[in-house]
Ligand binder design. Structure first.
Ligand code: GAP
Length: 469
């Protein structure tokens, strides 16, 4: 299989809309910038990834438990976590055309040099002296200033609190730290152990873009893994291996993945060491996932701000200490974008036509098998519908009777469906069906009573890497 290296996101955006993966948000009202809606196939793909991740990192591991915390945390939690003070980007405006930019991105795009670690004053100087506005071409910039990325909202006042300001969480991690003690006190977890959570996060990004790569509302799959300080290096490298194995399991090409360690200036306020797993997107290399050693920053700070002891008592040795944390974090939307880019191919056929295919691994595909009657005619339709209903308990199936069979195959190729099953007149006589494989387009006759086990084996064999995690 030869997969195109895409030079632009355009074909992906177009396919995603055309085939019901991803729609622009609030399109009915002319769109709402940088929000997206996941359509029937996009939401199926997301659900598959979510449940595969949960199975891999929670259900199949004795050392990790799950949590579903709130989006709204006590405002003081964001003070303790450092987000109120330090979760900022540098913003700069063009005075002439009023366009707004992230100062570091503006410098990086114009000079091709990193702006990581530069102060507001340094960035203002570089931009005002040497950069023209990419929109209007003028050189009339304001000073760069900090902009907090958290979305604010209002809570109605409660009896015991005069505070009305609340924030939508910019990371799922903090909900885990707030419930760390509850989990220790109410379950059998013992260090080392992890708490995992999947959920939405919100960031008022100054320059969102590149489709679903950077949006204001997105989903994270995060683990806070609690350890004794001296175990941090081994735990860190074990997690890097597990994260890379996950990438392989879902079918991301190794050649487009890389590892990039943050230098001291790039580190977030909470991190002692961060390594990104990057992916070669059509618009350039971008962060896909992150692995951070957060030390005891969060527990220590919440302990101080909440005035509650968060130490752990080793049940064997009686030793009391504040755990350190390794944090593997996975963006769900970026996973989906990487998978779409990785699996997309415009394949030239021998007859000169081009077919668009998504080469998803079968266990990831939103639809495992599509079931067609050869023609929209009885008794084919009835037999195909019966087969469709019987296969629903085996895998994710779709029924389609509309249009020429060739067009139905092409539609399923664009959805990434690995198998198409056709019932024809011979099927009614000999109880066999045609199974057509997406990538090779080869067809074989399979007895109908063997179909469930046949398809099941094809789908699960592709997910077998998982078992070694
Ligand atoms: N708790 C650590 C944390 O939030 P992060 O690197 O800021 O770390 C984690 O975010 C992951 O969330 C990223 O690796 C990326 O996959 C995803 N992510 C971050 N910001 C995003 C955005 N604006 N849109 C989509 N995904 C985003």
């Amino acid at each position: 299989m030869s997969t195109n290296i895409l030079s632009s996101l355009k074909p992906i955006v177009s396919l995603a809309k055309r085939r019901g993966f991803i729609y622009p948000g609030s399109e009915l009202y002319g769109g709402f910038a940088n929000t997206y809606s996941y359509g029937p196939y996009g939401s199926a793909l997301k659900n598959t990834l979510r449940s595969l991740w949960w199975k891999t990192f929670v259900e199949k591991r004795a050392d990790i438990v799950g949590l579903d915390g709130p989006i709204l945390l006590h405002p003081r939690a964001w003070q303790a976590s450092g987000h109120l003070e330090g979760f900022n980007d540098a913003l700069i405006d063009c005075k002439a055309c009023k366009s707004r930019f992230r100062a570091d991105h503006l410098i990086e795009q114009a000079t091709k040099n990193s702006a990581e670690g530069k102060t507001l004053e340094e960035m203002t100087q570089i931009i005002q002296e040497s950069i023209s506005c990419p929109v209007c071409g003028k050189k009339e910039f304001t000073e760069a200033r900090h902009f907090n990325l958290m979305f604010q909202t209002q809570m109605s006042k409660t009896k015991d609190s005069a505070e009305t300001k609340a924030y939508l969480r910019p990371e799922t991690a903090q909900a885990i730290f707030l419930d760390y003690k509850n989990v220790v006190d109410t379950t059998r977890v013992k260090i080392p152990f992890g708490i995992a959570q999947i959920g939405k996060a919100f960031r008022n990004e100054i320059t969102p873009g590149n489709f679903i790569f950077r949006t204001v509302e997105f989903e994270q799959m995060e683990i806070e893994y609690f350890i004794k300080e001296d175990a941090w290096e081994t735990t860190f490298s074990d997690w890097m291996e597990d994260m890379l194995l996950w990438c392989k399991t879902i079918g991301l090409s190794e050649k487009r993945l890389a590892i990039k360690e943050h230098d001291a200036k790039e580190l977030s306020h909470y991190s002692k060491k961060t390594v990104d797993i990057t992916y070669q997107f059509p618009f350039g290399v971008g962060e896909l996932y992150g692995l951070a050693y957060r030390g005891d920053f969060d527990l220590s700070s919440h302990q101080t701000h909440a005035k509650e002891k968060l130490q752990y008592r080793d049940p064997k040795t009686g030793e009391v200490f504040l755990p350190h944390v390794i944090e593997p974090t996975f963006g769900l939307d970026r996973t989906l974008l990487a998978l779409l880019c990785d699996s997309y191919e415009e394949e030239r056929l021998e007859n000169g036509e081009t077919r668009v295919v998504l080469h998803f691994k079968p266990h990831i595909a939103p639809v495992h098998a599509a079931i067609f009657p050869l023609m929209k005619k009885e008794p084919l339709v009835n037999a195909a519908k019966k087969l469709f209903h019987s296969m629903q308990s085996v895998c994710r199936v779709e029924y389609d009777e509309t249009g020429a069979i060739g067009k139905r195959y092409r539609r399923q190729d664009e959805l990434g469906t690995p198998y198409c099953i056709t019932i024809d007149f011979d099927s009614l006589e000999d109880q066999t069906v045609t199974v057509r494989e997406r990538d090779s387009m080869k067809q074989e006759r399979i007895p109908m009573n063997k179909l469930p086990s046949h398809i099941k084996a094809l789908i699960s064999s592709e997910g077998s890497d998982l078992h070694s995690l």
